[in-house]
Design a protein around this ligand. Sequence first.
Ligand code: ADP
Ligand code: MG
Length: 383
Amino acid sequence: MDVTIENLSLHYGDFQAVKDLSLDIADGESIVMLGQSGCGKTSTMRCVAGLEEPSAGRISIGGRAVFDADAGTRVPANKRNVGLVFQSYAVWPHLTVLENVAFPLRMQKVAKAQLREKALTTLRTVGLEDQADKSASALSGGQMQRVALARSLAMEPAIMLLDEPLSNLDARLRDDLRVELRRLQLDLGLTSIYVTHDQSEALALADRVAVMQHGRIAQLARPTEIYDTPASASIAAFLGVLNIFPVQPGTGHRLVSTEHPLELVSESAGLGDVPASVSIRPEHVRVTLDRDAQVANAWEGTVGVTVFQGATTRCSVTLDAGPVVEATLAGSAVNVFHPGDRVFVQVDARDVKVLPDEVPGIVPDLPAAEAPAELVGAGQAGE
Ligand SMILES: Nc1ncnc2c1ncn2[C@@H]1O[C@H](COP(=O)(O)OP(=O)(O)O)[C@@H](O)[C@H]1O
Ligand SMILES: [Mg+2]
């Protein structure tokens, strides 16, 4: 079912954790809320679930208002028909796997004859049907999380809310379960809100990613767009772009670093007085022994370290101008470049992106006592 969040705000005392947030989620869509710890992901999700009382706004699920501050609508959590899966394995260890999944069905007064059948069907969906009669305490972390998932799915919720469900699992299992979750989402046509601070998880699981910063959605777009065109330098940095250089004000295509005597040529123009940086993905950086006259940017430097990563080699070069540039090269490059080698670092103008440092309207939460007066005023005026 579709979900509409309009002008949602949530306060914890004086602190505003969610700020005038609006988001439309289509039926069957998977939205991933991605952001640093403390940016308000869990708070937003808990508002949708009915576990927090927002201070303003409206939320509807499948066209039905479940919260409306103005109209006084407050549908309790257990009447919203949302499935929840959290980071901790909320599995009852003294019950069997099947009993865990059947428990909420029993609460829903599903007839006894259908109970086992229905629970088994759901266990099959998550690949646990052969574990049905095992004690839940005998399961691995990954299996427990599947049980938690099955228990939510068995209730045929209108939407699924998942809050960092894979964070407690080891890397290998996390990758496997991530692929499986995506398959489930697509097979079942689940409408879901998935919360994570892990960018690769977000890119893998989302139809659209909502990048959250300081209680607001800073960017809402498909994974490929988020990856290729982050809306700000701070989002690019969060996504793991390593080469980000603040630049001086200007509107030309030759941008000058604020920190080093370094000029960068970009296909895009400077943003005038808007604080901006250039961002260069490591995979767009070429390291060469000779200068290619065709390439717009060619800086001389010295190789620092090369790290073999299998398919790729990560190579850090300290430019003569000062900054360190990180490059991701073909794996074999580890045999070509060695610490101390003199090289050229080359980047095409189209791969030098000019980004505003922050998305307009995204203001860091400073403790009231430390915030400059005009910033506090501006924040309040906008809300
Ligand atoms: N119950 C609470 N009381 C007071 N502050 C809270 C409470 N829960 C969360 N916060 C604060 O609200 C902000 C957002 O928290 P949260 O939504 O949990 O972030 P995220 O899930 O993105 O890590 C954080 O600064 C956090 O400290
Ligand atoms: Mg959280």
